[in-house]
Design a binder for this molecule. Structure first.
Ligand code: SF4
Length: 349
């Protein structure tokens, strides 16, 4: 089940006839019935976590009202539908009671939360309500769309010690012509203004972003501008995608496509720049004492993360097993003893 089977169900049925059933993104009830279970509405917010028990994702909305030219998600998941405020808080409380210590707030566009249902952006309010659940030591915010970014959010992040000083803001590009063609709703000046504002308000913030290289019409000059922007912005974390044509999107019909080979070269070039930035930022942490959460044991190491690292997508901290007992799922203070481009090595304090 998921996006692929939502969009290409019929074709998949023909191509892979040995699969028992295909379900779309909103077919929870159907899948439960299909496997012989009963659907109890009252249990809707009860969850069996597929993550380790100490962290969880909390989805606050489904779908998206934006019109990013490269993106098929609105075609698959539909228009933005915020979950009712009290329902999200209730689910957060249930998660807290089951031992979750770190909550990662997600949706396709978190800063839009509330506009459809309450005619007002309510993410700052939602975040401060969740921050009052004392079981959560870390609360992390993902996918904050830059256009219409509610600046009071920054104050909320500053006000609560259990909200990670971490902002994930997908920027996708910096060249004005490309941003316009991507229908992102912000230009390069506004993008820089938001970043300045974030850094001024939360001086120790870790910023994560993502970019797309090779969007149709991305000339060598536009790519150079993106490289310079990445160098000047010194992002703490950066994810990179090469553009790929998605059926039904408005970019699908754009003709001036960038050859695959050039896309790959640009991605490599940009990642090399980011690797050097990341190594430099890591070097500044040598000897520092950091709070980490331990996710798992792996060979000779316990693998942990700092507040600036979201599970699966960001950096890790490797703590060597040295006879002292470490429990996955617990927080520790560690001292950084070594670095590489992305990860840190540390020992227990
Ligand atoms: S990229 Fe994100 S914000 Fe843009 S349309 Fe897709 S899901 Fe929505």
């Amino acid at each position: 089940m998921g996006c692929l089977s939502e969009r290409y169900k019929d074709q998949l049925k023909t191509d892979i006839p040995e699969v028992d059933a295909f379900f779309g993104v909103n077919d929870l009830e159907k899948i439960i019935r299909h496997i012989g279970g009963n659907w109890f509405h009252d249990l809707e917010n009860e969850r069996k976590l597929s993550t380790p028990p100490h962290y969880a994702y909390l989805k606050i909305a489904e779908g998206c009202d934006r019109k990013c030219a490269f993106c098929a998600i609105p075609l698959i998941r539909g228009k933005h539908v915020s979950r009712p405020f009290h329902e999200v808080v209730k689910e957060a409380e249930i998660l807290a009671n089951t031992g979750v210590k770190e909550i990662n707030i997600i949706s396709q566009d978190t800063t839009y939360y509330g506009l459809d249902l309450y005619k007002k952006r309510r993410l700052p309010e939602l975040l401060s309500t969740i921050a009052q659940i004392k079981e959560f030591e870390w609360i992390r915010l993902h996918y904050t769309y830059p256009d219409g970014f509610p600046t009071e959010l920054l104050q909320v992040i500053n006000n609560y010690p259990n909200i990670c000083k971490y902002i994930d803001i997908p920027l996708q590009h910096i060249n004005d012509r490309i941003l316009k063609s991507m229908h992102r709703g912000v230009n390069s000046g506004q993008t820089r203004e938001i970043l300045d504002n974030i850094r001024k308000t939360i001086p120790d913030v870790a910023i994560r972003t993502t970019f797309i290289v090779g969007f149709p019409g991305e000339t060598e000059k536009a790519f150079r501008e993106l490289k310079q922007f990445v160098e000047e912005s010194q992002f703490d974390r950066l994810g990179l995608f090469t553009y790929s044509h998605e059926e039904g999107t408005s970019a699908f019909k754009l003709r001036n496509t960038v050859p695959e080979k050039i896309k790959a070269e640009r991605a490599e070039e940009l990642m090399t720049i980011q690797e050097a930035i990341s190594r430099k930022l890591n070097a500044k942490k040598l000897g520092a004492i950091l709070k980490v959460i331990v996710d798992r044991k792996e060979g000779e190491y316990y693998i942990a993360r700092t507040a600036a690292d979201s599970p699966d997508v960001d950096n890790e901290v490797l703590i060597r097993k040295n006879g002292r007992k470490i429990n996955p799922g617990s927080f520790y203070q560690v001292r950084v003893t070594g670095i590489d481009s992305f990860d840190l090595y540390a020992e227990l304090q």
